[in-house]
Design a protein around this ligand. Structure first.
Ligand SMILES: C[S@@+](CC[C@H](N)C(=O)[O-])C[C@H]1O[C@@H](n2cnc3c(N)ncnc32)[C@H](O)[C@@H]1O
Length: 182
């Protein structure tokens, strides 16, 4: 019992000392290839005035590309502090950090109402769990793009095939409607 308490306290202390995520991420880190990032921006027709969220942003590449190439604002959300550190550093190197908010948060609790575009590269079951939040919180007209994984029976408006790291992969686009098909 005492040993258990000691081990738990030591692990927590280590996690805090290392700045580690307090919860295991739902999806491991794998960056979207840059060629696919460009296609995600095109598919969502990202333009000046948009606010682009990446829920599970990794090194921030999608939001950074949107801000740098399309003149948007952006929000990078990741539960892993290491990813948020990388995103901040990459945005600073690209001289766009002042147009991006960096949130070290669980994407399921992030406030997303401000988004006009939401980018996703998660897992199928995580997309499905996220779907009600997207419908509940996003405003009509907001575009949602997912790399590789669909949203179950939520029919995409457009699907295209892109060249992923390990071969052809799908990209999906949905637009939030005023009365979404639930
Ligand atoms: C497959 S990577 C995608 C990274 C980036 N979006 C890209 O496309 O290059 C998934 C990311 O989601 C993050 N993640 C997983 N579960 C999360 C959660 N519950 N809340 C926030 N971020 C999460 C991981 O830390 C990881 O960086």
């Amino acid at each position: 019992m005492l040993l258990g308490i000691f081990i738990a306290a030591s692990s927590a202390g280590w996690a805090i000392a290392q700045g580690a995520a307090l919860r295991v991420p739902d999806v491991p880190y794998e960056p979207t290839p840059h060629n696919v990032v460009a296609q995600m921006l095109r598919l969502a027709q990202v333009r000046e005035g948009d606010v682009v969220y990446d829920l599970g942003c990794g090194d921030g590449r999608i939001v950074i590309a949107a801000v740098r190439e399309r003149g948007t604002r952006g929000v990078c959300v990741d539960i892993d502090p290491q990813r948020i550190r990388e995103s901040r550093a990459n945005a600073a190197a690209a001289a766009v950090a002042e147009r991006i908010r960096f949130l070290e948060q669980d994407l399921f609790t992030t406030e997303i109402r401000e988004a006009t575009v939401v980018m996703l590269f998660l897992w199928p079951e995580v997309n499905l769990k996220l779907r009600p939040k997207l419908w509940r919180e996003l405003r009509p007209g907001t575009r949602v793009v997912s790399y590789v994984h669909d949203m179950g029976d939520w029919k995409p408006q457009r699907t295209m095939t892109v060249q992923g790291r390990y071969g052809p992969r799908p990209l999906y686009l949905w637009t939030i409607g005023s009365a979404p098909d639930r």
